[in-house]
Design a protein around this ligand. Structure first.
Ligand code: IPE
Ligand code: IPE
Ligand code: MG
Length: 237
């Protein structure tokens, strides 16, 4: 059993469902938004750790299609936090040579958030150590349906349709499928994240609530991944 990270067996792409902010706040007798605010530090630590370790793509599930159905005050607080976090953390991205991108129906975000994102994406576009992908107003079913709509619009001949071509219509085109998906807060579900892309992804669940997640927790997940045998439907031989 490995106890340290093997630099020759790194996942290229790690996806994280950052869950448990509300419960973290509630256990401290605070409002849910307090948990969201304290999740920003965990984001910074994880992004820095991923870049330092040599991960090429990090996708963070920040806001799902279903999250729009939360109380308006919480949605508004999350959107305000998104704007300030992007604004404050662009420096971290520049310092670490990280490029920012997004997946999801970002056209549905408030104008302020869209503007802030466009600015940060433009500023970081030539960075090449790692790509940070924020999943915003994202869901796997939305994405697959979106791909099918595009295929129909383009009148793609079904005879030519295969997995490779279909992938080109997903928002993750040109990004390798994640080898590892981490979910915090002890929930053992996918919650509509990257449904197509996680076909053979290794899943890692931790009880740690997102605001408590630190570099060492991230490293632990990678070491756990490296101790697994990925068979892809074949036999071990
Ligand atoms: C994750 O924490 C953040 C978002 C979904 C935006 P939650 O807000 O889901 O926190 P819990 O799961 O209710 O504790
Ligand atoms: C998943 O967490 C979405 C994000 C972390 C952005 P949720 O808290 O929304 O998912 P459920 O409700 O536990 O499935
Ligand atoms: Mg949750």
């Amino acid at each position: 059993m490995r106890q340290t990270i093997d630099p020759h067996n790194l996942p290229q792409h790690i996806a994280i469902t950052m869950d448990g902010n509300g419960r973290w706040a509630k256990s401290r007798g605070k409002l849910r938004v307090f948990g969201h605010r304290n999740g920003v530090k965990a984001v910074r630590e994880t992004v820095e750790a991923a870049a330092e370790i040599g991960i090429k793509f990090l996708t963070l599930y920040a806001f799902s299609t279903e999250n729009w159905d939360r109380p308006e005050s919480e949605v508004n607080a999350l959107m305000t936090l998104l704007v300030s976090a992007i604004n404050n953390e662009t420096k971290t991205l520049m310092d670490n040579n990280i490029k920012l991108s997004t997946i999801g129906a970002t056209q549905n975000l408030p104008q302020k958030a869209k503007n802030q994102l466009i600015k940060a994406i433009e500023k970081t576009k030539n960075n090449n150590r790692m790509t940070l992908i924020l999943a915003l107003s994202y869901s796997g079913k939305w994405e697959i349906l979106n791909a099918v709509k595009e295929l129909i619009k383009k009148r793609v001949n079904p005879k030519n349709l295969n997995e490779q071509l279909f992938q080109q219509y997903l928002t993750t085109k040109n990004v390798p499928d994640p080898e590892l998906l981490i979910r915090t807060s002890g929930e053992h579900r996918i919650s509509n994240f990257l449904l197509w892309q996680i076909a053979y992804t290794e899943l890692y669940f931790t009880e740690t609530l997102w605001p408590d997640f630190r570099k060492d927790d991230f490293k632990k997940a990678i070491i756990d991944y490296q101790n697994r045998e990925r068979r892809f439907g074949k036999t071990a031989e």
